[in-house]
Design a protein around this ligand. Sequence first.
Ligand code: ADP
Ligand code: F6P
Length: 325
Amino acid sequence: MANKIQTIGVLTSGGDAPGMNAAIRAVVRAALEKGMKVKGIFKGYQGLLDEEIIDMDKSSVSDIIQKGGTILYTARCMEFMTEEGQKKGAEICRKHGIDGLVVIGGDGSFRGAQKLSGLGINAIGVPGTIDLDISCTEYTIGFDTAINTALDAIDKVRDTSTSHERCSIIEVMGRHAGYIALWCGIACGAEDILLPERYDGDEQTLINHVIETRKRGKKHHIIINAEGIGHSASMAKRIEVATGVETRATILGHMQRGGTPTCKDRMMASMMGAYAVDLLAQGKTKRVVAMKNGSICDYDIDEALAMTKDIDEYEFEISQVLSKY
Ligand code: ADP
Ligand code: F6P
């Protein structure tokens, strides 16, 4: 049985995601409930190396559950990618009496947690990213808010696209993963959905589809493009030249990462944050919190990081069928 954890640290790392504050709140309150002390680490691993560490109590997390962003701020930290940086981080944890660490972030942040665990600091990962691209889990904190924010914006672009009888390419976030594009594409009734995991670069097929929907009398043609494919502006120009249909590109960008978290994100963040503290209290080491078949569970970090996942084939197939008409 591992020694009882007395003090836990919590940090947010990588791209922020709506719901991270709800997760921080859950970690702090669940830990206080178990008699643990909590230290908040600002700016992810960068703040750890810079020792930007504060004591947190119940009031530190008052009035944050409904807020987007992260009160602990976040960062990407190159120094922590090095062995030296990781050793320094572990030493700083020891210096501050941090014997368990909750890392809220994506799989890059989990790799950092894996390294710290190897150096004797028990780190637990909580999945927080709008991209839904963490292999071990069906859900990541922030995804629900991001897709609803994006969908709201897409519906607005659609209004003006229809009025002007245009083709609109709307680029949503997701550098390597098309989950946001797939969900928003299906939910907005897009005519075409381009995913980094599936798009073969065949622009002629897109052009033919725009010409065909126009002939059939469609007043707009919405193309949802994922950031991982990119080039929306130049794609719009080429489509306009080839089809004669006025075409505009809109890149939604970072607005998708902000805003009030949805009920689902607050709920998931609250459960996952508290679950991470439970794992530490039970003496479990080096785990990642995840969702499988709708229930919260946990995996060893090594096992979690070795997993792969892909776009659901049935969802992709149906997206193609529904967008054809
Ligand atoms: P995310 O956690 O959203 O995937 P990143 O991939 O940018 O975001 O990772 C966030 C941070 O985690 C990095 O800036 C770095 O400090 C740390 N990190 C990422 N990969 C590793 C790694 N292989 N080893 C140690 N730390 C890492
Ligand atoms: O957090 C994930 C994400 O929003 C990706 O969808 C996107 O590619 C990336 O982060 C953008 O990162 P940055 O904030 O550095 O522009």
